[in-house]
Design a protein around this ligand. Structure first.
Ligand code: NAP
Length: 275
């Protein structure tokens, strides 16, 4: 069974499957296989344009709906309250579930007051569209503001996190408010395999550099959502709970973080191409 992290009433499986950029039949198949192999957490978003296929994979897997933690995200162009509720209903309907387990604000949108957006997000929860709510790509200041404004508990902040980026400030803010940290790009978009340090430590444990990158995070109770389009890598990315990194190995990996380690450099401009 996948270990979980508890945060403000939610039990979030520490390992999930990322689905950005997975489309059509290939997406449905990889979701189905991941669930058959024991994954119990799937991460999608309105913006990924694959919620239908994620839902198909979920049903094809035969894993009971209640055993899977399904996460989706609202795109910032839909943060006006009525739009947000409409978008949440559409996501739930595309996924063909009664409610998602976690509904996130995908990126901050400075053009719409956060109080209005959070009011609508809380309403989506109260209306039974989501069991839990949270945020993604929120800074320390925005986390403070959001937790003050929300009438329902926020359970996580999903941010870029891997051994090459320092997110200590945002992680401390999450901890202070009881939010789980969910790491996206947890294997640095595949770049973990190019790290000599991760590879060397991996050899010691008979694990790959990607597995060491994931282990480094889950060992700190950070949720990881690695993506792969390759069935054979699903098992590799899930085999991270049968070994432990020593304190000196954790410290050595911790020292890999550097100032320009960010991969996803994006700020919502209000005019997304696909909308
Ligand atoms: N909230 C946000 O704003 C946000 C932003 C970005 C991502 N996300 C979420 O986070 C998920 C993960 O992030 P990501 O997809 O950007 O990056 P990632 O999971 O760090 O890396 C995915 C890349 O790594 C490769 N890979 C997977 N397993 C591997 C392994 N064991 N060894 C070597 N390479 C491997 C994959 O290639 P193959 O397909 O060839 O295996 C793919 O190119 C996304 O899918 C999405 O669900 C959220």
């Amino acid at each position: 069974m996948t270990p979980v992290v508890e945060a403000n009433g939610a039990r979030i499986p520490l390992l999930g499957l990322g689905t950005w950029d997975l489309r059509g039949r290939a997406c449905a198949r990889i979701v189905e296989q991941a669930l058959r192999l024991g994954y119990r957490h799937i991460d999608t978003a309105e913006m990924y344009d694959n919620e239908r296929e994620v839902g198909e994979g979920l049903r094809a897997s035969g894993v009971p709906r209640n055993d899977v933690f399904v996460v989706t995200k609202i795109w910032p162009s839909h943060f006006a309250p009525r739009e947000l509720l409409r978008a949440a209903k559409e996501s739930v309907s595309k996924l063909r579930v009664q409610e998602v387990d976690l509904l996130l604000l995908h990126w901050p949108n400075p053009k719409i007051p956060l109080s209005e957006t959070l009011g609508a997000l809380c309403k989506a929860k109260e209306a039974g569209l989501a069991r839990h709510i949270g945020v993604s790509n929120f800074s320390v200041a925005l986390i403070d503001e959001a937790t003050r404004l929300a009438s329902e508990p926020l359970v996580c902040n999903q941010v870029e996190l891997h051994p090459f980026i320092d997110q200590s400030k945002v992680r401390a803010a999450c901890k202070a408010h009881g939010l789980a940290v969910v790491a996206y790009c947890p294997i640095a978009r595949g770049n973990a395999k190019n790290s000599a340090v991760l590879a060397r430590i991996g050899e010691r444990h008979r694990k790959s550099a990607a597995q060491v990158s994931l282990r480094f995070l889950v060992q700190q109770q950070v949720v990881v959502i690695p993506r792969t389009s390759k069935i054979e890598r699903l098992s590799e990315n899930a085999a991270i709970f049968d070994f432990e990194l020593a304190a000196d190995e954790m410290a050595e990996i911790g020292a890999l973080a550097h100032g320009d380690g960010r991969i996803v450099d994006y700020a919502f401009s209000g005019t997304p191409k696909w909308d």
